[in-house]
Design a protein around this ligand. Sequence first.
Ligand code: OGA
Ligand code: NI
Length: 363
Amino acid sequence: MEEKEEGVNLNWTLPVSSVQELVRQRQPDAVAPRYFRDDIVMAGHHRELSQGLPRIDLGKLMDPPSRSTELCNLHSACRQWGLFLLVNHGVLDEGMRMMKENVQGFVDLPHHEKQKSAQKPGSLEGYGQAFVISHDQKLQWNDMIFLKCHPAHARNLDLWPKNPPEFRIALEKYSEDMRKLAAEVVKYIGMALGIHEGELDLLTKSFGEGKYEVRMNYYPACPEPERAIGLLPHADISGITLLTECGNIPGLQVLSKDNCWVTVPPVPGGIVVNLGQIMEVYSNGTYRAPDHRAVVNKEKERVSIATFCYPSPSLPVGPSPQLLAATGLPPIYQTLSNSGEFLQCFLSHKLDDAVPFIDTLKL
Ligand code: OGA
Ligand code: NI
């Protein structure tokens, strides 16, 4: 069945060859011109600042005696960075390990086997690349498999790999764990913002019943890492995104408030949380949906798993009414009826992205 976001024609991608296959077959010692990213400043403005990135402990948020201090930390993390390392998150190791093993197992399969989950014309879902919309467009050093996981009726199971044999069970379990975790994390983000009672319940419930999509990224080793980019700078369109590293290879970088790319180091057992544009709008610009990107590595491949978490249609997407009342500030963004409409506007905007999408919502 062909997936279309009601009339929007950008939810699709042109097929391009797998970067993994290109590297495997040709073992290039240079990057092909289609992958040159000389338009992006790769050198300079880059810091290793692992010490400075905020770490948030979910256990401390859940425990009343330590909550208010940790909520202050969370508030400052969301304002300064829009990204933090979540530790003590309570997701069982077993599920995490099983997911990582199965994603790595999928990556390691022969190409023809992975092609059984290949994107179909007209859809972004499946194995391939994201948002390749023209034949002369520059490419990213990345293969991915993107699958809708929740609600269950949105799954396109024909694209869910049957191999490795436990892949489906692992993804089902993992995405369920991420759904529960996201609702919990969003509840505390709401509290940090000063939201309470009915509106906090609405917010939390909307994520509990929301939409969850998982993107598994594979970044092969790259002969000229400074010339190519794994993933272009972008701010996620989600409410929040939960990112798990499958190994110990750094690659994710976040743009600081003073415009430096800062490496987000893999933390064993940790999950990186970054706010998406829905939360930036909800917080009326108090919190950031940071630009981030993935750089590639000369020797090592890297695998990551990003879960995009969206609120259900029960939540209007606009500045929080309680926040506006409490601060007395005017809304800086329009309110759209729900995350579905928000996504449609985003996809139609992608045709002309000279202006950041979120700026098009400014009042
Ligand atoms: C994404 C993303 C970063 C990474 O998939 O949106 O930002 O490190 N991924 O893979
Ligand atoms: Ni992202």
